[in-house]
Design a protein. Structure first.
Length: 118
């Protein structure tokens, strides 16, 4: 369940980070309200994930999803520059997040095995 929380929080981070841009420094009322709500909800899910996952892994995955997703959203919807280096580094970031998740799964299985065999 911790992974579901961190993924939802990370996806919501994409929304609020993009909303920050659209709110023009919180001068546009509707984008500002939506952004503030997304921040609160995102951190709610992220804080729940930290009860179930190691803090370093949870935070890295949360920010990785948010950073990669926000960069992709900027290139897709906000006419930000697209180039091979951005795509390459975003891919590297995504592979890093996947690697963290896989390594945590291995650690959890190892801990369960050690507890079982005592």
């Amino acid at each position: 369940m911790g992974w579901i929380y961190v993924i939802i929080g990370g996806l919501l981070e994409i929304g609020w980070a993009t909303g920050l841009s659209m709110s023009n420094g919180f001068t546009e009322p509707l984008p500002s309200i939506i952004t503030a709500c997304l921040i609160v909800i995102s951190f709610y899910f992220f804080s729940n994930s930290m009860r179930l996952l190691p803090i370093g892994t949870a935070y890295a995955v949360f920010t990785g999803i948010g950073a990669a997703g926000t960069a992709i959203a900027g290139m897709t919807f906000l006419q930000e520059e697209v180039n091979i280096f951005k795509i390459g580094f975003i891919s590297l970031l995504i592979f890093g997040v996947i690697g963290l998740k896989l390594s945590d799964k291995e650690n959890n299985e190892q801990r369960r095995s050690e507890e079982w065999h005592g």
